[in-house]
Write a new protein. Structure first.
Length: 133
């Protein structure tokens, strides 16, 4: 793993949360994108070398909607950048981590993504991200 790619924050109202983060960080979001396969709309912010992704559900049965209903708004996942997502998935699987999918999916911000089940990562949802070249 190279670095923390971004922190994902689940929100119930993307527009309201964008306004809050614009004030907090002193800059506007640089990108907004819908990821239909994950049933979310996302908004990305940069703060120095760091990125924050706000995620709002577009469907009541999406993982983000369920997360917000159960736990409220807040930190949803930590994402790590990887060079080769297939190799990293195989390595983590061999180390005993449970992956939420057998193949990476297309995610926001031009990335291939895969999640590690929180039950195998101290209760933290971990996302692997590889830039699509």
């Amino acid at each position: 793993m190279q670095k923390i790619e971004h922190l994902g924050i689940a929100v119930s109202d993307l527009e309201k949360s964008k306004g809050l983060f614009e004030k907090l960080l002193g800059s506007p979001a640089y990108k907004e994108e819908e990821v239909a396969s994950e049933h979310v709309i996302t908004s990305f912010f940069r703060n120095g070398p760091n990125k924050i992704e706000l995620l709002q559900a577009t469907s009541a049965d999406s993982a983000i909607a369920k997360f917000v209903e159960k736990r409220g708004e807040g930190l949803h996942h930590i994402a790590f950048a990887v060079d080769d997502i297939y190799a990293e998935m195989a390595r983590l699987k061999a180390e005993g981590f449970r992956l939420l999918s057998e193949e990476p999916k297309r995610g926001a911000d031009n990335k291939l993504i895969c999640f590690i089940h929180p039950k195998t990562a101290n209760g933290i949802l971990v996302e692997l991200c590889q830039e699509i070249r």
